[in-house]
Design a protein around this ligand. Sequence first.
Ligand code: COA
Length: 248
Amino acid sequence: MTDHVSITRQDNGVVLVRMTRLDKKNALTGAMYDTMRGVIENAGAEGTRAVVFAGGPGVFTSGNDIADFVQRSAGGAKTSPAGDFIKALGTVEVPMIAAVDGLAIGVGTTMMLHMDLAYASPNALFRMPFVDLGLVPEAASSLIFPRLAGIKKATEYIMLAEPFGAKEAAEIGLVNQVVAPEELEAKALAAAAKLAAKPPIALAHTRRLLRKGSDEVRARMDEEGALFAELLKGDEAKAAFMAFMTRK
Ligand code: COA
């Protein structure tokens, strides 16, 4: 458990998961990943019918905590809370919805690929700086982004690490709709409430059918994860992390 993720359960089975480490732009620690994973993995047992992920004003998340990357780079652990969370995104059955206001870096962008629905405010800024950090993409983004946006656009986003906004995210289908910041969470919660009110068995089967390609997705996550873990210990990553930590 962590104070940096708040969990609000509604009577209709909708759970709002809010990242609240605003002083660090919602950089994700292991404890935050574990708490968020717990919500989606235990959804069935806890009667959760839909999960909404949100951040704070102007910041969804700045991605993995770089200090945590440094620790992992020094340690020998085979699994990581980030990797476990990402795997869960590709395996859980509960519908997930994102409400993105502001920064959505790294996993903040790649987790959109696994949301059933996503809404972004005009302030949203998506970016995947994996290569700049001496790493490879994660969450099967190397598979799904080219399919979504075409290989040339995916190359801009993933190899050049170019940022893009809400309008472009909606054009390529990464998010459903651009919604004013003051209406964003209400929009996501309303969609979650609609899903929560559907016949659950029909909805679960339909979700599985819509995600029929998920074996391929999981295999790509494993392939990416192995490379990611290897590169995390490499000199390119260490230099990039040091540059971030000492930039001020
Ligand atoms: N990991 C650890 N700390 C982070 C962080 C991250 N991913 N993102 C932001 N922070 C911290 C900063 O170090 C700073 O802490 P401090 O006040 O103790 O110095 C605080 O959050 C505010 O960030 P700051 O950089 O001052 O804000 P900004 O508005 O100028 O820039 C970002 C915001 C997100 C663009 C910038 O912080 C950034 O590039 N972060 C790294 C993003 C990243 O590479 N994530 C990994 C993706 S795989």
